[in-house]
Ligand binder design. Structure first.
Ligand code: DP6
Length: 336
């Protein structure tokens, strides 16, 4: 029996993917740029079955116990396994079947999307369990086959652009490794619940917003500025762009048909606190994915000050400290 255990990180986008030409294949309207994280990870073991059983999906608890995965989660994992067999040329009646067990390093109730890390880990673990060693470009396409575009970025470390050359079907590429710029991401957890509307549904609704075309028109210049700011390690240049891009994504969501409101009143409170920090001369900038929680990007030297300020806000339930990280890795041991 052959198996592999892989941990893969989540990522936070500076220019975000919002709106898909083809949601099943995760073909975006425009490229996105993200920073791969270090601490928020999914750990996944994949075992190639040597009996006649079908695919199985388990959630692994901290202590090692396994529980059947909830139906919706299992459905997405099983769908990705089918897509991976297809991509790897293994479709057919005698194609391999897998047992999968997974868990996240970050608290389950943190309200953080785990699909980027989860599907990146699944793609890498399936490939390794089959004895393959795909390069990062192939891994990116395998992760994207899950339907999660952000997973296509999580197979690479550091600062990542996807798709790389404007071709929506192209894989992600690395702009710079994590060591180039050890930026910090302080994640203020405001809402531990699952998001009310999935990103996939958000991608479907995005083009119905009158502001979608305006964001699309602004993205090419923004991508160039973000690449340059990363090259120069210039947070004063990067910060205002990443904050604006997140606000525009939410403006598109709020004006989609029907509208999607991911923010809570507490989200605005954190945004105001971050602006206040800037008035005091501290370079901290906010970004939000499809949810209410706020990621605050700053340099290492300001991490403690920014974290203290966020912790003092009453709706902040906890703060996760993360930073630029190196991408997926093979792990010892097994969750199965
Ligand atoms: C707002 O389709 O990758 O995070 O599968 O839920 O992770 P999930 O979403 P996906 O869309 C990502 C949407 C986003 C922006 C981003 O990460 O680029």
């Amino acid at each position: 029996m052959s198996r592999a255990t892989v941990s893969a990180p989540s990522n936070i986008a500076f220019v975000k993917y919002w709106g898909a030409r083809d949601r099943q294949r995760a073909l975006p309207y425009h490229p996105s740029i993200s920073m791969t994280l270090e601490t928020c990870r999914s750990l996944t073991t994949v075992e190639v079955r040597d009996d006649a059983g079908g695919d199985e999906v388990w959630l692994a608890a901290e202590g090692g116990e396994l529980a059947p995965a909830p139906a919706e989660f299992a459905r997405r994992v099983l769908g990705h396994l089918d897509a991976l067999r297809q991509e790897l040329g293994l479709a057919g009646a005698d194609a391999p079947r897998f047992r999968v067990a997974t868990r996240n390093s970050f608290p389950a109730a943190a309200g953080l999307a785990s699909s980027a890390s989860g599907f990146a880990a699944l793609a890498c673990a399936v490939a390794r369990a089959l004895g393959r060693s795909p390069d990062p470009a192939e891994l990116s396409l395998l992760a994207r086959a899950s339907g999660s575009g952000s997973a296509a970025r999580s197979v690479l470390g550091g600062f990542v652009e996807w798709p790389a050359d404007g071709d929506p079907a192209a894989p992600a590429t690395q702009l710079a490794p994590a060591a180039h710029w050890p930026l910090v991401d302080l994640i203020a957890i405001l809402d531990p619940g699952p998001k009310a509307v999935s990103s996939l549904e958000g991608h479907r609704r995005a083009p119905t917003s009158p502001h979608f075309a305006a964001r699309l028109a602004a993205v090419p210049e923004r991508l160039g500025e973000v690449r340059q700011a990363i090259r120069d390690r210039d947070l004063a240049a990067l910060g205002p762009i990443l904050e604006r891009d997140a606000i525009e994504l939410h403006a598109v969501a709020m004006t989609s048909e029907p509208p999607i409101f991911y923010w809570l009143p507490a989200t605005l409170q954190v945004l105001a606190a971050v602006r206040e920090l800037r008035r005091e001369g501290i370079a901290a900038f906010s970004t939000m994915d499809a949810g209410a929680n706020v990621h605050v990007i700053c340099e290492r030297g300001d991490e403690a000050t920014v974290a203290d300020r966020l912790a003092a806000l009453s709706p902040v339930r906890r703060i996760l400290h993360d930073r630029a990280g190196d991408g997926p890795r093979l792990e010892e041991g097994s969750l199965l």
